[in-house]
Design a binder for this molecule. Structure first.
Ligand code: DC
Length: 243
């Protein structure tokens, strides 16, 4: 745990889908006693709200109104993090392949990005947070204390996502999953607003062929080095109310 009275850092973890950000971010946050903020889940939740409301993606005003009427929050129950949309647990509903693809399109809309940018900054501004996303180190918190850019090959990321989806009972092939990962990469990297890219000062970690523990240890060492410079240290987990 970070020593009392020490500065609580803002840690950014960006990277393409399937690079292992969610797993690593949760483990890292637990390890250092920080809150975990999954910004992808926030975009997914807005996409779900848009899909349910049947709003056209061209109708900027309707989307803005919808966003303003949404309450997105995270709660931790029995060690498991839930995403709530207006109080309803949508953790599972936001993880289907069609919501993944819709989210990639929705997340390119400026009106959605502006709305979530504000929310993410509010959630993270006091520090003691690990935020995962695509533009945390470049746009949301360009002055984050520590920035990581986590990646892996498209094949490796597709394979991981495929195993996750199969475990959830989704009917999908490995080839389709890899193709979906490549398509989302293209959309996320090619969009006009806040495209996926590595911040110049982000530490790049390629997780292909490295275990989760291996990546985690590397990150913890880097954070420890940062904190040591400030006279603090990283240690055991403390219980958290949020995620
Ligand atoms: O990390 P994820 O797969 O849950 O993200 C879902 C989509 O949201 C993905 O296509 C990229 C987008 N996203 C984004 O544009 N900016 C973020 N900070 C997080 C996610």
């Amino acid at each position: 745990m970070v020593q009392a009275g020490q500065k609580r850092l803002i840690i950014a973890i960006d990277g393409p889908s399937g690079a292992g950000k969610s797993t690593i971010t949760k483990l890292l946050a637990d390890r250092i006693g920080y809150i975990h903020i999954d910004t992808g889940a926030m975009f997914r939740t807005v996409a779900l709200a848009i899909q349910r409301a049947g709003v056209s993606l061209d109708d900027r005003q309707a989307i803005e109104k919808l966003c303003k009427g949404c309450t997105i929050s995270f709660v931790r129950t029995d060690g498991c993090c839930q995403v709530l949309l207006n109080g309803e647990d949508v953790s599972r509903a936001i993880r289907t392949p069609d919501i993944s693809l819709l989210t990639s399109t929705v997340s390119a809309l400026k009106v959605v990005r502006d709305y979530l940018l504000e929310l993410q900054r509010q959630m993270g501004r006091d520090g003691g947070v690990v935020l995962e996303g695509r533009d945390i180190g470049t746009v949301v918190f360009p002055d984050a204390d520590v920035k990581f850019f986590l990646s892996a090959s498209a094949e490796e990321r597709g394979r991981r996502r495929y195993l996750e989806l199969k475990a959830r009972g989704e009917q999908i092939t490995l080839e389709e999953t890899i193709a979906a990962v490549v398509k989302r990469d293209r959309q996320d990297e090619g969009r006009e607003h806040a495209p996926l890219r590595r911040a110049a000062d982000a530490i790049a970690i390629d997780s292909s062929g490295i275990s989760v523990e291996g990546v985690l240890e590397r990150m913890v060492k880097i954070i420890e080095a940062k904190l040591e410079g400030q006279g603090a240290r990283v240690g055991a987990q403390r219980p958290m109310e949020n995620c």
